[in-house]
Design a protein. Structure first.
Length: 334
């Protein structure tokens, strides 16, 4: 089964590029940019990855990205992730970046976006991996700051396809960002939001109703609200679930206690993703393996999860057909 999972062509829809910063690259960039890290070795960084909850992770995640300054840094970070994609047989990926977390350190939007985009273009040309970038707002900052950032980002609109919402969820409900999502909808961008990761099912409802999102990132708390589950099924809203992330951030007791099988059983459009793989024990294959060890899914279930991700991807009809064809070739399943 392991080789079946490894060779399955994969589509990743929930990935924070800053969450792919491995400690080795963190040290290299710290040296390059003369930044002093509060750790004296790669092992010490990894030893600190023992999280109590989302906030304890976010504290380290924001600290880690303090080594990113130049376009080359963003290129190297993104290129390292895309080579992991190739090793994991990820053939299409949609990646988040957190512009406000870099703007606040004096790093220009052009630096961030040009570095990430150039790596994506090289990966498409050299490895055949398609990708897209989603600009994510920090929900623990104000809506005014998100709006200002959005306005500034419009100068680079050809670099990103959508907007999202991440960071500390509880106490920062989706409706706080209604105006910026309205603006982005008018401008033709795709809309997604993290909801129901640590926050309640009502945040998922609000992301749908007040932000009009097309996909929900995480969404694992949806099963607490039967009417919401029915809406998600009826509207076929994709949920970008991140199994290892949920275990590492203790939003589930352990992998065997994850609601993933119940979500699939209900017919929700579930996909599997790695979120912040440098911090949560691994990339796509590691997530697939951990889920398989806990639940021993059939091949048909894995094909279904992959088909869901292809359906949920923000790609052209031609690219979607090519992804379905690649899956069929690899599995014999239409
Ligand atoms: N899992 C996550 N939840 C919320 N914000 C994030 N930023 C990076 N990873 C995140
Ligand atoms: Zn996330």
């Amino acid at each position: 089964m392991s080789s079946f999972l490894h060779q399955l062509p994969k589509v990743e829809l929930h990935l924070h590029i800053e969450g792919t910063l491995e400690p080795e690259l963190m040290f290299e960039l710290a040296r390059r940019n003369e930044v002093t890290l509060p750790f004296d070795s790669v092992e010490a960084v990894r030893a600190a990855y023992d999280f109590e909850d989302l906030q304890s992770f976010l504290d380290l995640y924001y600290q880690g990205m303090n080594v990113l300054f130049t376009e080359a840094d963003f290129y190297d970070l993104t290129w390292a992730y895309l080579t992991r994609c190739q090793a994991n047989n990820v053939v299409h990926t949609e990646l988040f970046f957190d512009p406000q977390a870099h703007l606040s350190r004096g790093v220009a939007l052009s630096t961030q976006l040009e570095g990430i985009t150039r790596a994506c273009q090289d990966a498409e040309r050299e490895m055949g991996i398609s990708s897209a970038i989603i600009l994510s707002f920090l929900r623990d900052m104000t809506e005014e700051h998100a709006l200002e950032t959005y306005e500034a980002a419009l100068a680079y609109r050809e670099h990103f396809i959508g907007i999202g919402l991440d960071s500390a969820e509880v106490g920062n409900p989706p409706e706080k960002f209604a105006r910026v999502f309205d603006r982005a909808r008018e401008d033709g961008f795709h809309l997604v939001a993290h909801a129901g990761e640590e926050g309640p099912a009502s945040y998922i409802r609000s992301a749908l109703d007040t932000l009009g999102v097309e996909r929900i990132d995480h969404g694992i708390r949806c099963l607490d609200d039967e009417a919401l589950v029915e809406t998600l099924i009826a509207r076929r809203i994709p949920l970008t679930v991140c199994p290892l992330s949920n275990v590492y951030l203790k939003t589930v007791p352990d992998m065997t206690g994850h609601p993933l099988p119940a979500m699939i059983e209900r017919g929700l459009c579930v996909t599997i993703n790695s979120d912040d793989p440098a911090y949560f024990g691994g990339y796509m294959n590691a997530n697939y393996e951990a889920v398989q060890n806990a639940f021993a899914f059939s091949r048909d279930t894995w094909v279904l999860l992959t088909r869901n991700a292809i359906e949920a991807a923000f790609v052209t009809p031609a690219r979607r057909e090519a992804l379905y064809a690649q899956l069929e070739k690899a599995t014999g399943n239409p």
